[in-house]
Design a protein. Structure first.
Length: 125
């Protein structure tokens, strides 16, 4: 009898632990996280994103990764501790051409789609 009642307790405890793990993983995402969609007609070799108030682009967030090909999407993630609301985005193609967008409110944007004429469209959260 004791074994059966212990088994009855372990199942809800197991699912409770799994739920807490999943909830903490979801809450580990930054509020500024967004998907970057490439419909520019060229591969994006480098991506830089910085708070609008910053004077420095910082490092290429792609590092040594493969470029973002036409039609591909990647998720840009932020630390949960990040508080900046407005961000600037710069992408660089294989020829070294730079394209910039300023004052993106990443607290409201969930997807940034870059298009052939280097226009940008947004999907809000």
């Amino acid at each position: 009898m004791k074994l059966k009642s212990l088994k009855g307790l372990l199942t809800p405890m197991f699912f409770g632990v799994v739920f807490l793990f999943l909830a903490s993983s979801a809450s580990a995402q930054g509020k500024q996280d967004f998907d970057l969609v490439n419909h520019t007609g060229f591969a994006i070799k480098e991506v830089y994103i910085t708070p609008h108030s910053s004077q420095d682009w910082g490092d290429n967030i792609f590092g040594d990764d493969s470029p973002l090909k036409v039609g591909e999407t990647t998720t840009i993630g932020f630390s949960r501790k990040e508080r900046a609301k407005f961000w600037d985005l710069m992408v660089v193609d294989a020829a070294g051409n730079k394209f910039e967008w300023e004052n993106l409110n990443l607290l409201e944007i969930s997807e940034v789609t870059l298009t052939r004429k280097c226009a940008v469209s947004f999907t809000t959260k």
